[in-house]
Design a protein around this ligand. Structure first.
Ligand SMILES: [Ca+2]
Length: 536
């Protein structure tokens, strides 16, 4: 495999991991703990007397032993806290987590990047194994507090039933990482048909119509695809905001608030959703939408992209289609204004990614010092070190004042790919970071200029209120899982039939009636409960 391809794949994998969000049930109370360690409430070191912490961490294959990671070693000196890192290979995280929790005697002082689900955090909090952090945050974590003020949905998302927080999460602070799948156009093809990047649904359709007749790659065959994506499920929501759907962001596929009534709305049975499907059906039947859209996957998108056949494609970033054509891409400049004037960017998601990425156990000799240690990774200095490493070695500041990785990282003399070079300096690979991926210091695939330019514009059209992933209560969890499975299956089957014209829209009412057997009322009741709990 070529180095560039490998790097691209790794970037994609990292991006995917980054976007992972966990759903689960929660309930819990916890116990406090008093320690005798003297903690400085500000400045460094955090402790004057040496303090030792045992921290269990996730380690990806491209990372060093965390005991050797440069910025972590440096912080030991600065903080006065000596950490013994216990590396758990990424693929064994869930298994090792369970084993360690089953034997409370073997608990470390902290779990770091170990990705406890909300249900697990709630369970172990209730058992008193994880400490409540709310008071500690109040007294010892000014940077975490500031982050909660900037992203209130993150604080809400982390708060359990008892009103307390038991873990710190990964905050996606750069808009580009939270804008989701968007559309990219081949700028050369746009020029050839004399069109601009469309900003209304009508103009979008006329661009696709022009693409349909264009022999862009000049092989005399009509092998170009006007519009494609790595999956139909990824593509459809791109258009929700043009029809006024998805008013609470991208983490809730089927439910939002109907602005006309201010009531909870089940999207798939709404008239507006019918119009989305009719629109997709029109694209499909006119040959504007990839005829293979229901069997598309990422490798197929890469292939069509690399062959110069994907004239407009949907994905989170433009790097997916190979260097030659990806650099000719230009992203959406706004959501497409729809038939009723709606122009919302639905795919924007909550900044909270994942859940229990930093927890303090009851074994911890100084939760106070530990909270200050954790707070550092939410400070400007801490975030810079966490994501960029060491000035002059892994990064520099360019003439415009931007932070950039050095050639040693990006064009390594030994030919090592950049994430692996970084793996010796910084701990961010693999996601699940109890820190903030910020515009200034996060440089993953979503931050490449073409994608970022589009994302920054779309971000301005995001919903005013964006819900984080919700956690369900113990009594709701089973219902939610089984009802969701039925709903998913039913919708996936039927929308494919509607879009491809195998099912007539005359049968829409029958389709809607089909939900009657799926306990939709219970599904909506659980959602109502969640909204009450979260205060939405
Ligand atoms: Ca052609």
């Amino acid at each position: 495999m070529k180095k560039g391809t490998m790097r691209k794949l790794i970037t994609l994998v990292l991006a995917a991991v980054l976007m992972v969000s966990l759903l689960a049930g929660c309930k819990g109370v916890g116990s406090g703990s008093k320690s005798t360690v003297k903690v400085n409430t500000e400045g460094f070191p955090i402790v004057d007397e040496p303090l030792k912490l045992k921290i269990v961490n996730m380690q990806t294959p491209i990372q060093q032993d965390f005991n050797e990671i440069v910025i972590l070693k440096n912080f030991e000196e600065k903080s006065g806290i000596d950490v013994e890192w216990i590396n758990v290979p990424q693929e064994f995280v869930a298994e090792r987590r369970n084993i360690m929790m089953a034997s409370a005697e073997e608990l470390p002082d902290v779990f770091f990047k170990m990705q406890f689900t909300a249900a697990e955090v709630a369970k172990y909090a209730k058992q008193g194994l994880f400490l409540p952090l709310s008071d500690l945050i109040e007294k010892y974590a000014p940077n975490v507090k500031a982050a909660f003020q900037e992203w209130p949905d993150v604080e809400k998302g982390l708060t359990l039933d008892d009103g307390k927080i038991y873990c710190l999460g990964y905050i996606l602070g750069a808009p580009a990482i939270t804008t989701g799948t968007k559309l990219f156009f081949n700028s050369e093809a746009l020029e050839m048909v004399g069109k601009e990047v469309p900003t209304t649904l009508d103009d979008f359709v006329s661009v696709l119509q022009a693409f349909k007749d264009l022999d862009y790659n000049g092989n005399g065959k009509a092998d170009e695809v006007p519009l494609t994506c790595s999956s139909y499920a990824g593509l459809e929501p791109v258009f929700y905001g043009s029809f006024g759907l998805g008013t609470r962001g991208g983490r809730h596929g089927y439910v939002d608030i109907d602005p006309a009534t201010n009531e909870l709305r089940f999207i798939p049975t709404s008239d507006r959703y019918k119009e989305v499907l009719q629109f997709m059906n029109m694209l499909y039947s006119e040959g504007l939408l990839d005829q293979e859209i229901f069997t598309m996957d990422m490798p197929k998108l890469i292939a069509k992209g690399e062959e110069g056949r994907a004239l407009c494609y949907g994905f989170v970033n433009h790097s997916i289609i190979g260097y030659e054509y990806s650099e000719k891409s230009v992203g959406m400049e706004a959501p497409f204004k729809g038939p009723y004037g709606d122009q919302l960017w639905r795919n924007a998601s909550s900044a909270l990614s994942g859940f229990g990425n930093m927890v303090i156990t009851k074994k911890n000799p100084s939760p106070e010092a530990t909270m200050r240690w954790a707070d550092y990774w939410y400070s400007d200095d801490g975030i810079r070190e966490y994501f960029m490493g060491i000035e002059g070695e892994t990064y520099y500041i360019d003439d415009e004042g931007n932070y950039q990785y050095t050639d040693y990282v990006m064009k390594n003399p030994d030919g090592i790919m950049f994430e692996q070079v970084l793996g010796a300096y910084v701990p961010w690979a693999g996601g699940a970071n109890p820190s903030i991926a910020s515009n200034k210091y996060f440089k993953g695939g979503e931050m490449q200029p073409i994608t970022k330019a589009s994302a920054d514009k779309l971000y301005e059209y995001r919903a005013e209120v964006i819900w984080p992933s919700f956690t369900w209560q113990e009594s709701e969890n089973d219902d939610m899982v089984s009802i969701s499975t039925d709903i998913d299956t039913y919708i996936n089957e039927n929308r494919a039939l509607f879009v491809t014209g195998k099912r007539s829209f005359d049968e829409w009412d029958d389709f809607v009636k089909g939900f009657d057997n799926m306990r939709l009322d219970r599904y909506m009741e659980i959602y109502q409960n969640a909204l009450k709990r979260y205060g939405y």
